[in-house]
Design a protein around this ligand. Structure first.
Ligand code: NAG
Length: 447
């Protein structure tokens, strides 16, 4: 097995506005008990004719541009802290606890071939895990961001770990876009307009709701136990690239095949709905009949971005940097998804639930509560979005990454981003008992 050697562990410290303490909103609070996002970006030397600068100078540019970016986004350089006097949690961007800076790790591995890591559909999970930093989050004060840059055989990996109470997926990409632009020497106009004041998330219940949510999911603060224990075995993961043509084909399923009396005026499903439907049906088929019976209820869960939506008044700005997502849970009978027109049926029920949630986004703001009653082995969870321009926005000055993946994944999970040349990248984590069957259902239905 390839070895990754840590060469240096430093801290990027940024002078921050004094006494800037941002109290978490009720939408941030549940994530204190489920904090970790780890993502790796793999850059292959000479991909598309782009040469990498020497490793030292590449690291230097990454570090300098990170400093500039953190100055614009102070919460990333802070700590998530507990305020025992009020029972709140907050992001302390300054002061003795907040001023620790961002851990910046430099590593190298001569025997990890970046072309293989970037090229294989099946993830080398051990290698990916070695290329992202850990984040100290088990107790508050918790770290918000750590970075690891690793020199590999034939290229470089940039790994990040972020605290989910400070960023949602959208904010992760806002940050990476701003950092990459700064590293290229470009001005990212968007970063100047980002806001991170939690007060703009004006949801009924306000501060008291944030506090009670915190007590519900993290009753032992400053200890923040993890709500989702990790699996006893390492689960395999595979990446599918779904072309625009595949997506068109899937969408046509819905207009062509469904038998349940859909009105002819139903809008075309989005790419998200089409891919979610395919993943859900493939999951149910791969577990039937061993783990899912026809009479079982099966579930699909994903998040909806609340920025700009009704329900929060005034609406949260598109430039809000924080966690601003609520849940959307879809239920169906396994029998209906196992039918010949299962994908079309799935698209219909998902579409209906997406529309309902768009009208009432706060309906399932307390999404974490479903963990207490939904059978998790009959649930597919989707993270990410077909709109995250993962490859387009992450050119740090030596070309776009050849591959980027989320490293924190669990059983039955699908992570979406926009693919490199159009289409969508779907990374799927499945228990080995069902992975092979899932993969063949998924690929067959792409036609
Ligand atoms: C993905 O969503 C699940 C809930 O379905 C959540 O527990 C997990 O933290 C999310 N992962 C990332 C990387 O955001």
């Amino acid at each position: 097995m390839p070895t990754v050697n840590i060469m240096e562990v430093g801290h990027v410290v940024v002078p921050q506005p004094k006494d800037l303490v941002v109290r978490l909103s009720a939408l941030d609070a549940p994530w204190v008990a489920n904090p970790l996002i780890q993502r790796v970006l793999l850059f292959v030397h000479d991909a598309g004719g782009q040469q990498h600068p020497p490793f030292e100078s590449l690291v230097g540019s990454l570090r300098a541009s990170l400093v500039a970016t953190l100055a614009r986004l102070p919460p990333l350089a802070g700590r998530v802290v507990f305020l025992p006097s009020t029972g709140d949690a907050a992001i302390d961007c300054s002061g003795p606890e907040g001023g620790g800076g961002v851990r910046f790790v430099i590593a190298e591995s001569d025997d990890t071939d970046v072309r293989r890591l970037a090229g294989d559909a099946d993830h080398d999970v051990d290698a990916f895990e070695a290329l992202v930093p850990e984040l100290k989050v088990e107790a508050l004060p918790a770290e918000v961001l750590a970075v690891q840059v690793t020199r590999l055989k034939g290229g470089v990996a940039v790994g990040v770990a972020l605290h989910h109470a400070v960023v949602d997926g959208r904010s992760v990409w806002m940050f990476l876009q701003a950092w990459a632009a700064a590293c290229r020497g470009d001005d990212d106009a968007a970063v100047a307009t980002m806001t991170f004041d939690r007060a703009v998330v004006a949801i009924p219940g306000g501060e008291e709701l944030a506090r009670s949510t915190l007590r519900k999911y993290a009753p032992n603060l400053p200890l923040a136990a993890n709500m989702f224990p990790s699996a006893p075995i390492k689960l395999p993961r595979r990446t599918f690239t779904i072309t625009t043509k595949h997506i068109q084909h899937l969408k046509q399923c819905m207009s062509g095949q469904t038998t349940s009396g859909k009105p002819a005026t139903a809008p075309m499903p989005s790419s998200f709905v089409a891919i979610a439907a395919l993943a859900w049906v493939s999951f149910v088929r791969s577990k039937h009949p061993t783990a899912i019976a026809t009479r079982h209820n099966v579930y699909l869960f994903f998040f909806i971005d609340c920025r700009g939506r009704p329900g929060i008044d005034p609406p949260v700005s598109e430039n809000y940097f924080g966690t601003c997502i609520t849940g959307c849970l879809v239920k169906a009978m396994a029998r209906d998804l196992l039918a010949v027109d299962g994908v079309a049926v799935a698209m219909e029920v998902i579409q209906r639930e997406v529309q309902r949630t768009a009208e009432d986004p706060l309906g399932l703001w307390d999404w974490m509560d479903i963990v207490s009653w939904v059978p998790l082995d009959r649930l597919v969870g989707i993270n990410g979005s077909t709109r995250f321009k993962a490859y387009e926005v992450t050119d740090f000055g030596w070309g776009a990454p050849s591959r980027t993946e989320v490293v924190t994944m669990s059983d039955g999970r699908v992570v979406l981003v926009a693919a490199k040349n159009g289409g969508v990248q779907a990374s799927v984590c499945m228990h080995p008992d069902h992975a092979r069957s899932f993969n063949s259902h998924f690929l067959d239905s792409l036609g």
